[in-house]
Write a protein that binds this ligand. Structure first.
Ligand SMILES: Cc1ncc(C[n+]2csc(CCO)c2C)c(N)n1
Length: 221
């Protein structure tokens, strides 16, 4: 059997769907998400992005070729120069200052997810790390496309329309497709036992994404 990224999703279909169609997501689309839930999510997501930047630094360290090193460097630079700046601006619009962000206590769901990714990457190779990162990069692109296809999604006057548009943008969708192609190429060469190891990582990271959404709804710390 030749494996592809779609087989990782198929191997944990119920968890993948629970992540992509989580209540937090449907409420974002409908515009009915409580503003405090979104604010809590935005604050924790800032900490999440800081640790994800570290994960791409780890990807650089784990690289065996110049192409892999450049790929990690580009992703790290995008998070630092683009995503974090956008995020701080977004937080500002929602009444969260940089001073608030600097003193934010890290919620358990943020700790669990980010450190899981870093640990998986430390223990394993570059492919393990990319599979741990895949629900984040590929999931958010799929979520934006799914929301745009739902009749309950409101585009006019939805306070979360910018958030959806960001992940539906050509630039983001291109990054998501490049990552899928990178994974397809590497998964194609694997045997069943190695693939099963990666399914475990992909499922764990997907479950941690579910917890991250749930944390937003519960505003738990
Ligand atoms: C909990 C959580 N999961 C995924 C993302 C999306 N995301 C974070 S960094 C990045 C780009 C990686 O190059 C993407 C797509 C998020 N913001 N928060």
């Amino acid at each position: 059997m030749t494996y592809r990224f779609a087989d990782l999703k198929a191997a944990c279909q119920a968890d993948w769907q629970a992540y992509c169609e989580h209540d937090f997501v449907t409420r974002l689309g409908a515009g009915t998400l409580a503003p405090d839930a979104f604010r809590h999510y935005l604050q924790q997501d800032y900490l999440f992005l800081v640790h994800f930047a570290r994960a791409y630094a780890l990807a650089a360290y784990k690289s065996r070729t110049l192409a892999e090193l450049r790929q990690a460097y580009d992703a790290l630079r995008t998070i630092l120069d683009v995503e974090l700046d956008l995020h701080v601006g977004y937080c500002h619009e929602w009444g969260i200052s940089e001073a608030d962000l600097a003193t934010l206590p890290e919620a358990r769901a943020t700790l669990a997810y980010t450190r899981y990714v870093l640990d998986t990457g430390s223990r394993g190779d570059l492919l393990d790390l990319h599979v741990a990162l895949a629900p984040c990069l590929i999931g958010y692109g799929e979520i934006a496309n799914w929301l745009n296809a739902q009749s309950f999604t409101h585009h006019e006057g939805n306070p979360y329309a910018d958030w959806i548009a960001m992940y539906a943008s050509d630039e983001f969708q291109q990054a998501m497709h490049a990552e899928t192609a990178w994974l397809d190429e590497r998964l194609a060469t694997l045997d069943a036992s190695r693939f099963d190891q990666l399914v475990t990582i992909f499922r764990d990271a997907t479950r941690l994404e579910i917890d991250f959404w749930q944390m937003g709804l519960d505003q738990s710390t």
